[in-house]
Ligand binder design. Sequence first.
Ligand SMILES: [Cu+2]
Length: 462
Amino acid sequence: MSLSRRNLVGASGLALLGAAAVSGRVQAQSIPEAPTTTTNTMQPPLYPKSGPDYQPVVTLNGWTLPWRQNGDWKEFHLVAEPVEREMAPGMIARLWGYNGQSPGPTIEAVEGDKVRIFVTNRLPEHTTIHWHGMLLPNGMDGVGGLTQPHIKPGKTFVYEFELKKSGTFMYHPHADEMVQMAMGMMGFFVVHPRDPDLYRVDRDFVFLLATYDIDPGNYLPKVHEMLNFNMWTFNSRVFPGIDHLVVRKGDRVRVRVGNLTMTNHPIHMHGYHFEVTCTDGGWVRPEARWPETTIDIPVGAMRAYEFVADVPGDWALHCHKSHHTMNAMGHDIRTFIGVNKREFAKQMRRMVPDYMPMGGAGMADMGEMEMPLPDNTLPMMTGFAQFGAVEMGGMFTVVKVREGLAAGDYKDPGWYQHPPGTVAWEWKGPTPTSTSAPGAKPVPRGGTPVQVVKPRGGHGSH
Ligand SMILES: [Cu+2]
């Protein structure tokens, strides 16, 4: 070995030694395996086998990354790579993600843990990982160019830090962000309190909001899109492909929602008044929690809410922007409400033989319509439940609260069996004709009140 080579090794060896004193790097002798999956249904929670007890989270249509203990360190291995994600049966998206899926696996650890995360880059371009919300040394913050060199294709970098606080964090690249996040690179990082009883819940669900612009018949998102997305997803899945949140009656439930899209999403849950208990800045003190039925998830933020599941049923959980509960929607669709479709369709069919008129009385008929679709796209509104078409897509799922489930049983219990007499029902008797509200002036049928302005002075000259 030449002297210069020896010097070079010595120099980097010195740097290693300096870091080792802080990080215990000498213990990082080998890279742990990188578990991978192509499954897109919710995997069972990963209960801790050692260390402090905690209630593990479940990731809608996702999974938790297994780790190995190496001395004081919990070691994880993330692989950034191209993946295929089924968004709902009938549509596949070619995305970038981690360990076989997008979003990446959820990372779970405990406050005070030392974590060592190996990140291997199998993308065609460089990347990094930023640990969103995490309090850590600056050089572990993952901002390419600013706090570290980029991870070139084929290379593996190591991140090491101690988990200072419990809470809910996220991970995503801080390198060519516009492309890499538009391609689906993101994941959750949940840190449980060291005290197993602190803020303990019985069920803990996590999902990330992600949006894509994928033209019907295509597989790749258009990465330059900023506002006009057409796939509005929970964990890169759309209704009816999104897992239900199965809950045992009486359980205390937490739902953690992270937003890595380019717009806010007001997440609304039916049937309950919940409390906001955590942001990506940490836990909300119990005396500062506030009641909600809709929680707006700002861009680049996480909100967790909790409730006690005391009312059984099938409760809708969805984004309240109504365009976000639609799939593959063309935004240039005209509004046809009030148009006589029959005459219009006759004229259209002269030009377009298969033309199907839609939306003459609203858009609800689209929910039940079976139209031929291009390959690899989804109907705009779809999904059926026990009473018919739900007329939703996108960011919509169901919280299923049931009596008598076993702890940790997340299996779909089917649709809710309503007690007799508790479902809205059709009136079959006579319906009286409309009458004016007491004190109101008569209104001409079928129109807004016409304001009659009498000419002043009775001359009628105008
Ligand atoms: Cu939304």
